[in-house]
Design a protein. Structure first.
Length: 242
């Protein structure tokens, strides 16, 4: 299979595509490092970040020419994919963030990133009429001793017909190119669960915004060869839909 970096170079860039990555890194800002002292093992695990997701998102942005935004700090400090009212927004009690810490993280990290994504979506809509938002994440192959039986998952709102049809068509494009990949819809999570795309659906109507989460199995996302193959397939599948 030809590399996406070569095969897509002559194809038009997907200007209406926004690729984001909310759980891409496991960095800790210097002012909060004392809170995470001795927890490097947790930070390096799937609890600290979505392993391989940032590389996958960057690959997709490179291959499609889509706009790319990402967040580098660990979700154990604050979870960019959760709403402000979510109980899972901040790190567990073991990291001892004070109320002052939380307000500062909200003001300096969380709200600016979420605002930037929303403004970018609005800008794409002004120029192209519609924004297709592809939020890239990854999931651990085994959770609570249960193996997840998917390689790629696409999360969407079933009530939004265009999102549903887009994801099904993308799945079919991938299957036509590589039948051994297990691609599932709204798995391993529900597409309507609390998340950045779910929040943005309340700001932008169906005709202007499609919010899709792409979930890659960390067995693939954490292996450079498998990740490149998967992102190449997804990028080519996306090209056929624009």
């Amino acid at each position: 299979m030809p590399s996406g970096r070569e095969g897509l170079s002559a194809v038009k860039k997907l200007r209406s595509l926004l690729i984001t990555c909310e759980h891409g890194g496991n960095c800790v800002p210097e002012m909060y490092r004392s809170k995470f002292a001795g927890n490097r093992k947790i930070l390096n695990s799937h609890r600290g970040y979505d392993i391989g997701s940032l590389d996958a998102a960057r690959d997709l942005a490179h291959e499609t020419g889509g706009t790319f935004l990402h967040y580098d700090n660990t979700r154990l400090l604050i979870d960019m994919n959760r709403s402000e009212w979510s109980r899972g927004l901040f790190s567990p009690e073991e990291f001892s963030l004070t109320e002052h810490d939380r307000e500062r993280v909200l003001a300096e990290l969380y709200r600016p990133y979420r605002k930037k994504v929303a403004q970018t979506v609005a800008g794409i809509i002004r120029k192209s009429g519609r924004a297709v938002h592809f939020a890239v994440h990854s999931f651990t192959p085994v959770l609570h001793c249960i193996e997840r039986n998917a390689d790629i998952g696409f999360l969407y709102d079933p009530a939004r017909r265009d999102e549903k049809e887009f994801c099904r068509a993308l799945r079919n494009n991938i299957a036509a190119a590589h039948r051994t990949y297990r691609v599932r819809m709204n798995y391993p999570y529900r597409g309507t669960a609390d998340g950045l795309t779910t929040s943005l659906r309340t700001l932008f109507p169906d005709d202007n915004y499609m919010g899709i989460e792409c979930e890659l199995n960390q067995r693939i996302a954490g292996n450079s060869m498998l990740r490149i193959e998967a992102t190449d397939l997804i990028a080519r599948g996306l090209q056929r839909l624009f």
